[in-house]
Design a protein around this ligand. Structure first.
Ligand code: M6R
Length: 618
C-alpha cells in the first residue's frame, strides 16, 4: 500500500519521481507528493487526489530552475490509513521547519507506526508542531529530533523506537547529495542505474531505468550518495545484499493500447498461463516438474496435509487447489484466510506443508501467516508472482507464477496462473501417491490445453459485453456454484463488487435455501456456474428455484449444453472440459463480465475506490 519513489543521480529528479509515481499509482491514489533538494532547500509539493493533480499543481517543471537543479528527491502516492486523504496528510512530511521556508528533513513512509500516539505526545512535549493526522509525520519529527549531522544514525535511532512497519525514504536539508532508505515489513527495491540510483516500493517504477536491483531486508538502512550504496543494520553493522535481475519488460507494465490495465491483463492470460506452466509439465511421465518446491517423491509421500494460506483472490485460487489436491492426490488439504491463520494459534507441524499464495508477495497477513507456520515447524513454500518479494524470499522455497506485472487492482491473470500452478502441484503430489501414469497424462494434457481454451473464451468478449448491458441497472447479485465451481462463484462475486460497486455475494448453491433465498426477486439476478460435471444437475435444480422466484439467471455453461441453456435467461459458453479446468475458463468469462458491467457503469476500473493493489497493513 502506498507507493514510494526516490532518486539520487545526475539527472533532474522531478520528472523521474513523477514518472515513477504514475507507475506506482495503483498502490494507492488518494494523494501524492514529492520533496526535492534544490538551491540548498527542501521543496515539498503535495496535492489531494491522483498524481495528475500533483503534476498540474507543480506546473512547468521542465523549465523551472528549481527542478532543473534537483538531483535528489523523494516521492509518494498514498493510500490513507491515519487521517483522511487531504493535502495536509499527503507525504512527504517535513520536520524541523527553517526560514525562509523548507524543512530540515523530509520523509515518505509506507506502513504503519503502531506506537505513534505515545511518540507524538512525547514530541509535542518537546515543542514539535504537527501539521497532519498521520502516523508518518511522527516518524519524520522523531528522526529530526535525533538529527545532528548523521542522518543515517538519526534514522536508525528513531526506527529502533518505532513499533510497526515501514518502508521509508528520507532527505536532509544540509545533506544535498544524500538519500537514506530503510525497511521493516514494507518493500524497498534499490535500482542500480548508470550515474543514478532509483529507489521504489516495487520494481515497476524502476524498470525503465535499470534491470539491476538490490532488495533490502527488514531492518536494513541504506545510505545512497553519488552512486555509492552502503547498507547497514539498525545497529550500524555493514551488510551485503545480492544484486538481482528484474526480468519484466517495460511494455509489460504499460497499457499497450487497451483502455484499462484490467482488460489488457485479462487478454494476457493465455500467454501468462503459458509462462506459468512452461517447462513444468512432463507429458511423458504424466506429472509435473516443480524443482522450486525442493521435495522429492518420498518427501511428498511423507507429508500429511497441504495447508494453503492467502487473502482475497489468492485465497479463492487456493480453494481450487484444495479441491484438486484432495481429488487428484487423496491428500488432506485445507485453505485458511491468512489473517485468521495467524491469530488463531493454528495446529501445524513438521508433517504439514504450508503454501502461501500471493500475487504481490507483500500482503501483510499472508506474510505473518508464513512466519507463524515457520515458527511452528511446518515446511513453508510460496506461490508468488513478484520476484524478490518478501514472501518469496522468506519462504525460500516455492514456485514463481511468471505472470508478468499485474497493475490493475482487481486481480485477474494472477488467479488463473495460480490455479494453473496449483493444478500442477496437485498433479505432482498425486503422482507421488495414488495416480497412475495414464491418469496423470490425461490431467497433464488438460492443463497443457488451458492457454488455448482461455483464448476461446476471450473470443466472446463482444458477446459478454452485450450481456453486461442488461446488468448495469442492478444493485445486488448472487453467484452460486458447487465443488470446483464454488471458488469460481466467490471470485466472480469479488470481482464484480470491487470494480463495479454492485453488492454481490457468493454461495455454495446448496446454501441458497438456508437463508439467502429470502432475497430472491426480480431485482436480484443470480450468476450460476453450470459447467458439466459433478453436481451440475443439482445446481440446475437451484437455478429453477431461483427463476421460480423471478430472479433472472446468467449461466456460465459448457459449449453445446442445451439443458443448461434452456434453464437460464442469458448464457456464456465456455469450452467443454473437466470441472477443474472450467475453474479457469469460467473465471475468465466472469472477469470479462465484471469488466464490462463496471465500464458501462462508468467506474474507475483499474483503481477502484478505497482499494490498493498490495495490502501491506493489517
Ligand atoms: O498480492 P496478494 O495476492 O497477496 O493480494 C491478495 C488480495 O489483496 C488481492 O487478491 C485482492 O483481493 C484483489 N484486489 C482481488 O482482485
Amino acid at each position: 500500500m502506498c507507493g514510494i519513489v526516490a532518486y539520487s543521480g545526475t539527472k533532474s529528479a522531478t520528472p523521474i519521481l513523477l514518472n515513477g509515481l504514475r507507475k506506482l499509482e495503483y498502490r494507492g491514489y488518494d494523494s501524492a507528493g514529492i520533496a526535492i533538494h534544490s538551491d540548498n532547500t527542501i521543496h515539498i509539493y503535495k496535492e489531494e487526489g491522483k498524481v495528475a493533480n500533483l503534476i498540474d499543481s507543480i506546473g512547468d517543471y521542465e523549465n523551472d530552475a528549481v527542478h532543473q537543479q534537483c538531483h535528489v528527491g523523494i516521492a509518494h502516492t498514498r493510500w490513507a490509513t491515519h487521517g483522511p486523504p487531504t493535502k495536509e496528510n499527503a507525504h512527504p512530511h517535513g520536520a524541523g521547519f527553517v526560514e525562509p521556508g523548507g524543512s530540515r528533513i523530509a520523509l515518505v513512509h509506507n506502513g504503519i507506526i503502531e506506537n505513534y500516539r505515545a511518540l507524538k505526545a512525547r514530541l509535542e512535549a518537546e515543542g514539535k508542531v504537527f501539521l497532519s493526522d498521520t502516523d508518518s509525520e511522527v516518524l519524520s519529527h522523531l528522526i529530526e529530533f535525533y538529527y545532528t549531522d548523521d542522518l543515517a544514525k538519526a534514522i536508525s535511532t528513531a526506527l529502533k523506537e518505532v513499533q510497526g512497519t515501514f518502508g521509508i525514504a528520507c532527505i536532509a536539508k544540509d545533506q544535498p547529495d544524500m538519500l537514506v532508505v530503510a525497511r521493516r515489513g514494507s518493500p524497498i527495491v534499490i535500482g542500480l542505474g548508470e550515474d543514478q540510483t532509483i529507489v521504489a516500493s516495487d520494481a515497476s517504477a524502476i524498470i525503465s531505468h535499470t534491470r539491476q536491483a538490490v532488495y533490502l531486508d527488514d531492518n536494513d538502512v541504506a545510505i545512497i550518495r553519488g552512486g555509492k550504496i552502503d547498507i547497514k543494520t539498525l545497529d550500524a553493522k555493514p551488510v551485503q545484499r545480492d544484486t538481482a535481475d528484474i526480468d519484466w519488460s517495460e511494455g509489460a507494465a504499460e497499457k499497450g493500447g487497451y483502455e484499462h490495465y484490467m482488460l489488457k491483463e485479462i487478454f494476457e492470460q493465455p500467454t501468462a498461463i503459458r509462462n506459468s506452466i512452461r517447462g513444468r509439465i512432463d507429458l511423458d511421465r504424466g506429472t509435473s516438474v516443480l524443482a522450486g518446491l525442493g521435495l522429492d517423491s518420498r518427501e511428498i509421500v511423507d507429508l500429511q496435509r497441504l495447508l494453503i494460506v492467502g487473502c482475497g483472490t489468492s485465497m479463492n485460487a487456493g480453494l481450487v487447489g484444495e479441491y484438486a489436491i484432495e481429488d487428484f492426490a487423496g491428500m488432506l488439504s485445507e485453505v485458511e484466510q491468512a489473517a485468521e491463520f495467524r491469530y488463531r494459534n493454528p495446529i501445524v507441524g513438521s508433517k504439514d506443508i504450508v503454501l502461501a499464495i500471493s500475487q504481490s508477495g507483500e500482503t501483510a497477513d499472508t506474510l505473518a501467516a508464513v512466519r507463524e507456520a515457520q515458527e511452528k515447524g511446518a515446511l513453508v513454500a510460496g506461490l508468488v508472482n513478484v520476484v524478490g518479494s518478501t514472501i518469496a524470499r522468506e519462504t525460500g522455497r516455492g514456485i514463481y507464477l511468471h505472470a508478468g506485472p499485474e497493475i490493475s487492482v482487481a486481480s485477474t491473470k494472477a488467479f488463473t496462473c495460480q490455479v494453473s500452478v496449483l493444478l500442477l502441484i496437485a498433479l505432482k503430489f498425486a503422482r507421488s501417491r495414488r495416480l497412475s501414469r495414464e491418469q496423470g497424462i490425461k490431467i497433464a494434457e488438460e492443463i497443457n490445453s488451458l492457454p488455448e481454451l482461455v483464448e476461446r473464451v476471450l473470443e466472446q468478449n463482444d458477446a459478454i459485453a452485450k450481456i453486461a448491458e442488461d446488468f448495469v441497472k442492478f444493485d445486488n447479485m448472487f453467484y452460486i456454484g458447487r465443488g470446483y465451481l464454488f471458488p469460481v462463484a466467490l471470485e466472480g462475486a469479488l470481482k464484480i463488487k470491487e470494480i463495479s460497486y454492485i453488492h454481490a455475494e457468493a454461495y455454495h448453491a446448496a446454501e441458497l435455501k438456508h437463508g439467502p433465498i429470502a432475497l430472491l426477486e426480480e431485482s436480484m439476478p443470480v450468476v450460476a456456474l453450470l459447467n458439466a460435471g459433478p453436481g451440475m444437475e443439482k445446481t440446475l435444480g437451484n437455478v429453477e428455484e431461483c427463476r421460480a422466484r423471478k430472479s433472472p439467471v446468467l449461466g456460465v455453461i459448457s459449449e453445446g449444453d442445451e439443458d443448461a441453456r434452456a434453464a437460464c435467461d442469458w448464457v456464456i459458453e465456455v469450452p467443454q472440459s473437466s470441472q477443474f479446468i472450467a475453474t479457469v475458463t469460467s473465471t475468465v468469462a466472469l472477469q470479462l463480465f465484471s469488466y464490462h458491467v463496471a465500464r458501462l457503469r462508468g467506474c474507475p476500473i483499474d483503481q477502484p475506490r478505497n482499494l490498493a493493489k498490495s495490502v501491506t497493513v493489517e
